[in-house]
Design a protein around this ligand. Structure first.
Ligand SMILES: [Fe+2]
Ligand SMILES: [Fe+2]
Length: 314
């Protein structure tokens, strides 16, 4: 039996108001509309999938390009790090060579003086510590640390017979010694770098006194450049506590007493206060460089002829 015959049979058996044939055709029409909508939806889905695939491929390509760029950037960063490291090493080596050259030039200028190597190392360390304690900017601290060892470079122009003399200097000999400040300033004149400029200032002014009684210019107080005021004190402390051709080392307490008495006369009072307040740190530097315990105090001090006259102790 065909579908239509089945429908006719069903219509006959059905109530009079129900037309299966009409229902069937409506259903067929509905089916064909649904099929059409389905096909449409399928087509849209395919288009959408294609679009998605294309987008995915595109973003994959972009991700690949991004990954390439990222790894290239990483390579650049690594190269940059290497370059900076090499530059830093070169800068460090240059600084070391610079410091070494200064040290050896100073050694050459004071070669005949015993203990000079340790003197300039101690002085540089004392000045660095004092300048830092005074709150100077790091660059100035470094300049002073490099420049301080050159304070007596002018002694190269003073005869050995005077430099190495054990006893008292005659007036004429003292006048010749005093000229080492101007000779040093002449040697370091017209320097271009900050370190040598500071060195020239120190060489010229490290024998000036706070009260104006020093040499060569007789300037006083803050007219004396600060690096020279710092060196004046540390150089004296080092001379007092070290052996010299004309004297034995004085104990730390006697040396501090002498410095305290010169507060506001020979030395800048602020520099003296800072120095004495941190005396233990300076003594530590001395101990570290000399590799022996400094003499702190002694009931019996053997004064040198020069210092006896200076401090009026006899
Ligand atoms: Fe000097
Ligand atoms: Fe000195």
């Amino acid at each position: 039996m065909s579908r239509l015959e089945i429908l006719d049979k069903a219509s006959e058996d059905a109530p009079a108001d129900m037309d299966f044939r009409e229902l069937y055709f409506k259903e067929m029409q509905r089916n064909s509309e649904l099929r059409f909508e389905l096909e449409l939806a399928q087509n849209q889905a395919v288009t959408f999938a294609r679009e998605l695939s294309r987008l995915f491929q595109h973003s994959k390509k972009q991700r690949r390009e991004l990954a390439g760029t990222t790894s290239q950037l990483a390579r650049y960063a690594s190269d940059l790090r290497t370059t900076i490291f090499n530059l830093r090493s070169a800068h460090f080596e240059l600084q070391e060579a610079y410091r070494d050259t200064i040290f050896r030039l100073v050694l050459a200028s004071e070669y005949k003086d015993k203990d000079t190597g340790n003197h300039i190392t101690r002085l540089s360390r004392y000045c660095t510590l004092l300048a830092r304690r005074m709150g100077l900017p790091q660059q100035e601290v470094e300049n002073i640390s490099y420049a301080a060892p050159m304070h007596d470079v002018g002694k190269i122009g003073i005869p050995d017979s005077i430099i190495l003399k054990n006893g008292m200097l005659s007036e004429n000999e003292f006048a010749i010694v005093k000229s080492h400040t101007r000779i040093g300033a002449d040697i370091l004149e017209n320097a271009r770098g900050a370190v040598l400029k500071t060195a020239q200032t120190i060489a010229l002014s490290h024998h000036e006194h706070w009260d104006g009684t020093g040499y060569p210019q007789g300037i006083k107080k803050t007219e004396i450049p600060l690096p020279a005021r710092i060196v004046a004190l540390t150089d004296t402390f080092d001379a007092l506590t070290s052996e010299r051709p004309y004297k034995k080392p004085y104990p730390i307490d006697i040396s501090c007493d002498i410095i305290r008495k010169e507060r506001g006369k020979h030395f800048d009072p602020d520099v003296v206060d800072l120095f004495l307040n941190h005396i233990d740190d300076f003594v530590s530097i001395k101990r570290e460089i000399d590799k022996k315990e400094p003499l702190y105090s002694s009931p019996q001090v053997v004064w040198s002829e020069r210092d006896l006259k200076k401090i009026g102790a006899g």
